[in-house]
Design a protein around this ligand. Structure first.
Ligand code: RBZ
Ligand code: NIO
Length: 338
């Protein structure tokens, strides 16, 4: 639902009229026009500013990794954090190709990364506990993750924020969180993650169904505490913080999608800031997107995370904002349709 425009800001009708007055057949830029309208409504101006994007990668470890739900060992989380800081990961090279700066936020990697430029510490511990046996984190840590994220997200100096994540076994935490928030069955949401084979996926599904059965219906905050992750909670808070400052939030894949579900559950108005970048190849992502009636911009069979999908959407978001700078029929002396 479109929010009512605030005093002095263009209404949805005024934004639509501005787009319709540009030198093109009405609606001919298709979904780019819908994106443009969303950006103008969020910023409350007819010529929105969309110059700078920034990527943040939220990283943390997950106790449920001990249940054998990932194809990779837990140490890879910390090793990849070092790789991000050295500039060697997929997210780094894609971001660099677009001049987008990268920040890594340590939300609770098992072994604390060495302080390096580009690293922000919002650590809540050395990873979560195994949610198969008990709560992943204390209620106070869930609250702290959201608060840390809120402050961090509000302080990012960019017109659009891309959020990615790193955390071995976090497709499991995202599956459980999305299940608790939406009621979509675990078996629909659980996927291959880093590359489980058929048998390992069956085992993962059984394990996650057991973990889900440990608790009943949960509030959003309780769901984060019971089955979530430090990086997922911090990212959800950052989505809220950035959206409150009227920044576009470009949502990445399955795990970021679960964080967005949490952010929406806490504050439905965040929706006006969210742009769902891509449909991940991770099994449950389609069901998650359908649940929020989101139609992502593209489907590249990607299933990496790190914010790689969000980054690829950035040039399209920037181009969408630019169409407000087109000449109108009147400005350019172009004859309008009969
Ligand atoms: C080398 C490597 C780089 C990654 N970059 C993102 N992920 C992705 O895979 C993980 C989730 O999958 P699962 O739940 O199966 O562990 C997350 O860290 C996610 O960001 C990676 C995974 C690996 C192995
Ligand atoms: O869609 C994602 O974000 C994803 C999928 C698999 C593994 N890591 C991330």
């Amino acid at each position: 639902m479109q929010d009512a425009a605030q005093a002095g800001e263009p209404s949805a009708a005024q934004i639509a009229a501005a787009l319709d007055g540009k030198t093109k057949p009405q609606g001919s830029l298709g979904r780019l026009e819908a994106l443009a309208a969303q950006i103008a409504a969020l910023q409350g101006r007819l010529v929105p500013k969309m110059k700078r994007a920034a990527l943040t990668i939220f990283a943390a470890d997950h106790g449920i990794a001990a249940a054998g739900v990932s194809a990779f060992p837990q140490d890879v989380t910390g090793q990849m954090v070092a790789n991000f800081l050295a500039g060697g990961a997929a997210a780094n090279v894609i971001a660099q190709s677009m001049d987008v700066p990268v920040t890594v936020v340590d939300c609770g990697v098992r072994t604390e990364p060495d302080g390096r430029p580009g690293l922000v510490s919002l650590r809540l511990g050395a990873g979560t506990a195994n949610s198969l046996h008990g709560p992943a984190m204390a209620a106070a840590d869930a609250e702290a993750a959201l608060d840390n994220g809120l402050r961090y997200g509000a302080a990012i100096d960019a017109d659009a924020v891309c959020f990615g994540e790193m955390g071995i076994a976090n497709t499991s935490s995202a599956t459980l969180l999305a299940h608790k928030l939406t009621g979509i069955p675990v078996a629909v949401l659980a996927g291959r993650g880093t590359g489980l084979d058929d048998e390992a996926l069956m085992r993962k599904t059984v394990i996650l169904e057991r973990a889900a059965a440990r608790t009943g219906r949960l509030s959003p905050r309780a769901a984060l505490a019971e089955v979530g992750g430090f990086e997922i909670g911090t990212m959800a808070g950052a989505m809220l913080g950035a959206a409150r400052k009227r920044r576009i939030v470009i949502v990445d894949g399955f795990i970021a999608g679960a964080a967005a579900l949490l952010a929406r559950a806490l504050e439905p108005r965040v929706d006006r800031a969210l742009i769902w970048s891509h449909r991940s190849a991770e099994r449950g992502h389609g069901a998650l997107l359908d649940h929020v009636s989101a139609r992502p911009l593209f489907d590249f069979d990607m299933r990496l995370g790190e914010g790689t999908g969000a980054l690829l959407a950035w040039p399209t978001v920037r181009a969408a904002a630019a169409i407000f700078r087109m000449a109108s029929f009147a400005d350019a002396g172009v004859t309008e349709r009969r």
